[in-house]
Design a protein around this ligand. Structure first.
Ligand code: ADP
Ligand code: MG
Length: 227
């Protein structure tokens, strides 16, 4: 369903990030471990179609993502990819339910209030559905952002260090929910973290080792020639 092959990303005025090859099927989970600066967010941005890698191929559901037009990419992302950010990116002045419905709207889908309610119920924050996001705790906001990422039933759920702002108990609950909700709808789940607490939950692990790779050792001149 997802394959990433021979991807290297060169940031202008930044490092070269060489990423491991990744294969992931629906219903599977993958944990990407690596210290800060090792390229976890870069990887997720490539998988979300936000960042186009300098080299290599990314295929999602038969689409060669790095060759799509912007409009095709936006459609694919809206329909098929859910993203949970490190810190919740919600609209503070809207209610919890409105934030979820907005995800339908942004993807051009029908608004499914029933789906919002079901997800909030599973995440044990249904009683907060009319509350403004600004009235929630960090842990509650993170659960709302998980619900929002799942609103369009994406085939791929990407979570970027989703537990880093949570205490042990909440980190555990959030990880468990990410796994069970994605398993239920047969989505692929990819979580990045430097949090060893998640490690016991997911057996399929890829480690990013920072910049100690061949790409980083290319001289500036070689990079220019290769471009
Ligand atoms: P992580 O999420 O694992 O902390 P990132 O993917 O954010 O790592 O960053 C990997 C490396 O790329 C870091 O050295 C970071 O400074 C660099 N980097 C990230 N974004 C940019 C950018 N837009 N321009 C230049 N360098 C960047
Ligand atoms: Mg990061």
């Amino acid at each position: 369903m997802l394959s990433l092959t021979s991807v290297i990303h060169y940031y202008t005025n930044g490092p070269a990030i060489s990423l491991p090859d990744i294969r992931l099927e629906r219903g599977e989970q993958l944990l990407v471990l690596g210290p800060s600066g090792s390229g976890k967010t870069t990887l997720l941005h490539i998988l979300a179609g936000i960042l186009k890698p300098t080299y290599g191929e990314y295929v999602l559901d038969g689409n060669v993502v790095n060759t799509l037009t912007q409009a095709q990419l936006d459609a694919l992302r809206g329909q098929q990819i859910g993203m949970v950010f490190q810190r919740p990116h919600l609209i503070d002045v809207l209610s919890v339910e409105e934030n979820l419905i907005l995800a339908n709207y942004m993807a051009g889908n029908d608004q499914v209030i029933q789906r919002a309610k079901e997800l909030l119920d599973r995440l044990e924050i249904l009683d907060k559905r009319r509350a403004r996001v600004s009235e929630l705790s960090e842990g509650q906001k993170q659960r709302v952002s998980i619900a929002r990422a799942l609103m369009n039933e994406p085939m791929l759920l990407l979570a970027d260090e989703p537990t880093s702002a949570l205490d042990d108990k909440r980190a555990d609950i959030v990880t468990e929910l990410l796994i069970s909700l994605t398993k239920e709808q047969k989505s692929a789940l990819l979580i990045t973290t430097h949090d060893q607490r998640i490690r016991s939950r997911i057996t399929n692990v890829v480690e990013l080792n920072g910049l100690a790779n061949t790409a980083a050792s290319l001289t500036q001149e070689q990079k220019e020639t290769e471009k």
